[in-house]
Design a protein around this ligand. Structure first.
Ligand code: FES
Length: 121
């Protein structure tokens, strides 16, 4: 999806954008643009509200640190935020995000919960 002209994005600070229904943190590092999910997988804090140092952003919630380039949590490679391919076409940034998941109805949520309860015998 098209984000906009490169000139509208900061190269010295993270850029928070809503792209195709996804909250995305765009940053310029090592002469390239990178995009990661902007929501912490721990408890959902907004990563762009955190502190950026080097190639990492520190979550403002509980200070987990994530790479701005590959989304990996520092010190625990099993934890990561999603990353999205970025390309620049004629000075316009494009980020490839998956289609957002359709919202579940209350009925679907309750049925899924009830089915999960059935498996706890
Ligand atoms: S919410 Fe991000 S570290 Fe806890």
């Amino acid at each position: 999806m098209t984000v906009g002209p490169v000139s509208e994005l900061a190269t010295d600070a993270p850029n928070a954008r809503l792209i195709g229904g996804h909250s995305v943190l765009l940053s310029y590092r090592n002469s390239s643009w990178w995009a990661i999910a902007n929501i912490c997988p721990h408890r959902g804090e907004v990563l762009s509200d955190g502190l950026v140092q080097g190639d990492c952003v520190t979550c403002p919630g509980h200070f987990w640190r994530f790479s701005l380039t590959d989304g990996v949590k520092q010190g625990d490679e099993r934890v990561r935020v999603a990353t999205y391919p970025v390309r620049v076409v004629d000075d316009v940034i494009e980020v490839e995000v998956p289609d957002p998941e359709p919202a579940q109805s209350l009925r679907e949520i309750l049925l899924a919960h009830a089915r999960a309860e059935d498996t706890h015998d």
